[in-house]
Design a protein around this ligand. Sequence first.
Ligand code: FPP
Ligand code: MG
Ligand code: MG
Length: 348
Amino acid sequence: MSSDSVTGTAETATDHTVAGVDVGDADLAADLRERLDEVEKLLVSRLQTGEDFLSEVALHLVTAGGKRFRPVVTLLSGSLGPAPDRERLVKAAVVCEMIHLATLYHDDVMDEAAMRRGVESANSRWDNSTAILAGDFLFAHSSMLLADLGPEAVQLIAQTFAELVTGQMRETVGPGVGSRDEGAAEHYLRVIWEKTGSLIAAAAQFGGEYSGATAEQIGSLRRLGDAVGIAFQIADDIIDIASPSTESGKTPGTDLREGVHTLPMIYAMEAGSSDSARLRDLLAEPLTDDAEVAEALELLRASDGMRRARATLEKYVDDAMTELDVLPAGPANEALRRLVRFTVDRVG
Ligand code: FPP
Ligand code: MG
Ligand code: MG
């Protein structure tokens, strides 16, 4: 994701753009901006605990930027319902963002990533132990806020937490391990639902729960979150191959160096060409050599795997739009449609 600030001065009162997305309606944009400011204040204030070093590390990625995608999903989903509970929606949005940030600190340790959101990752700026503890600190503070929301919210996030960890573990062990007999693409899609879709589905569910939505609408919101999350992660994985780091805020080719096979890679290796045979050779092991990473990136960028991954991405966009067709119409519904499109358009 880009490192633009959510509350940047570029956004004016007449602008419909919030967190990088043109939401299409001025009143909704103003309301959303106001609530995102509340999210930001609560997020920062909860992490300023007087433990200066821990706060500095935990705020490192908060202040580095990010679009606050999950808070936007909670707030917009909450705007669809008949009776939004503003305070609970803001708290739930902060919980989701804190958990997301916690996973990023841990993920960058596991991926040995040097950059995040255009700045040095915490593990690179400090060290692994510091980054892991910062993630734990964020998780602890998200749990304190969550307790205010009651046992059902705690249950939802506990379940989501288990899914995040399961997805990360499933990615680490790779396909063909354990009782599941599934192909590489199927394994990949399961992993990204668990490690990305589950939290975005929870963010959307919170929106429904705290705005008086019906059980049926909450089901639709969850499925919308699932589809957006999967689309979002496929987009990220395409960007990991396609973009220079100046655009993605991360080091390109991180997945190659970690030996993680993402959807464009899986599809590119499935083709019958000599390039795909060379890619299968190259990607058999995590890449350590810069020249091999450059060669793999070049082959992948030219491969049909990128087109097929984009087509799969579009399928999940369609699924998300289908859920929006049955959710209440209005400016929030239109804004969610634009948010979904934005997820795809950032891959170019
Ligand atoms: C990013 O994937 C990683 C995730 C979305 C989930 C990570 C989950 C964990 C680390 C386990 C759970 C931990 C906690 C604290 C709940 P990526 O590496 O493909 O994306 P990137 O390009 O953004 O690094
Ligand atoms: Mg990573
Ligand atoms: Mg990872």
